[in-house]
Write a protein that binds this ligand. Structure first.
Ligand code: IMP
Length: 195
């Protein structure tokens, strides 16, 4: 087994990554996923999701001497010039405040187009990046929250093709179309070829 440190202190993300990577243990590695040490904090100073994912994966790999995986994600609203973007998690103190701020800033704007983006990176023990991927999910910002599942901005992100908000979808439905699902779908085949 090759240890793969998940560069997050969120146990929920560990479980999610385990599910996404479950079918990737067919290449040259058998991954054993472990949460990063709590005291090891990496500041997200990059100005793109990809830069932040690489920064987190590299720093945790170097600090622990193991392979490391990191993701960075967020919401980009077209009419707000791509905001909140890499600041999605820092847009308010909690999910309710972040949603309220976004709806306030968007106001009556008729262009509600938006996208969720997720970047994933895996770093080797020497900190170099071995694999990178990115997934995008387009949707629209609702005028008011709809549904009570999911997390973050899910209740105000509506996907026309499904006629549901992310918060109204089952985990499987969301995973099949979400930015994170797409980023991992792109990552897994690359892992099989890793040497
Ligand atoms: P991070 O990737 O952990 O830095 O989180 C970025 C922030 O973007 C989260 O705190 C959420 O507010 C938001 N976000 C990322 N992905 C999703 C999603 O799938 N649904 C809702 N909000 C999300």
């Amino acid at each position: 087994m090759t240890k793969l440190i998940v560069a997050t202190s969120n146990p929920g993300k560990l479980g999610e990554m385990q599910a996404y990577l479950a079918d990737s243990n067919v290449g040259n590695f058998n991954w054993e996923l472990t949460l990063k040490p709590e005291e090891l904090d990496v500041e997200e100073t990059g100005d793109t999701f990809a830069a932040n994912a690489c920064l987190k994966a590299s720093s945790v790999a170097l600090a622990t001497g193991n392979w490391a995986i990191a993701d960075d994600s967020g919401l980009q609203v077209d009419a707000l010039g791509g905001a909140p973007g890499v600041f999605s998690a820092r847009y308010g103190k909690n999910d309710a405040e972040r949603i309220a701020r976004l709806l306030r800033e968007l106001g009556d704007e008729t262009n509600r187009q938006a996208q969720f983006v997720c970047a994933v990176a895996i770093a080797r023990p020497d900190g170099s990046i071995a694999v990178e991927s990115e997934g995008v999910c387009r949707g629209e910002i609702l005028h008011a929250p709809r549904g009570d599942g999911g997390f973050g901005y899910d209740p105000i992100f509506y996907v026309k093709e499904s006629q549901l908000s992310f918060a109204q979808m089952t985990k499987e439905q969301k995973r099949s179309i979400s930015h994170r699902g797409k980023a991992f779908a792109d990552l897994v085949p690359q892992l099989r070829d890793l040497k």
